[in-house]
Design a protein around this ligand. Structure first.
Ligand SMILES: [Zn+2]
Ligand SMILES: [Zn+2]
Length: 135
């Protein structure tokens, strides 16, 4: 069991992927609605203003952006950059190009496995041996 201290209230809680305890997480979900509305009504607000006006830590706002739940308009002056190539983005961690690249890489990893299965099924004893030898 992974027990951590909540980043917000410092209580111990059972860690399940969020830095906040379930109570604070619930509280943050309520704030999320406020923040989202605030950004909608104040499209030019800076990240610092949003944090201050809604009493939400900047870290939390950045987390929502990384999770692609929040996005800032170009007017806001909030500049996010792709973690891979540095291109300007409005939400998430990567630009669309890098996301596409990554999707390609994933399918690239997938294909040899398919080829392997096909080779096993086709009964080609040479490739069967080779693939079995790998295991
Ligand atoms: Zn807490
Ligand atoms: Zn990129």
């Amino acid at each position: 069991m992974d027990v951590r201290y909540c980043k917000n209230c410092k209580q111990m809680f059972h860690y399940q992927g969020s830095p906040l305890c379930p109570e604070c997480e619930k509280e943050m979900e309520k704030k999320f609605v406020d923040v989202k509305n605030y950004i909608k009504e104040n499209p030019s607000a800076k990240m610092g203003d949003v944090a201050e006006e809604n009493d939400v830590p900047m870290q939390q706002i950045k987390r929502w952006i990384r999770e692609e739940r929040l996005s800032f308009s170009k007017d806001s002056g909030v500049r996010l950059s792709c973690e891979k190539c540095g291109a300007a983005i409005t939400t998430g961690r990567f630009c669309q190009n890098c996301k596409n690249d990554m999707a390609h890489q994933f399918s690239g990893i997938y294909q040899p496995a398919k080829a392997e299965q096909a080779a096993l099924k086709s009964g080609d004893s040479k490739s069967k041996m080779r693939f079995l030898g790998k295991e």
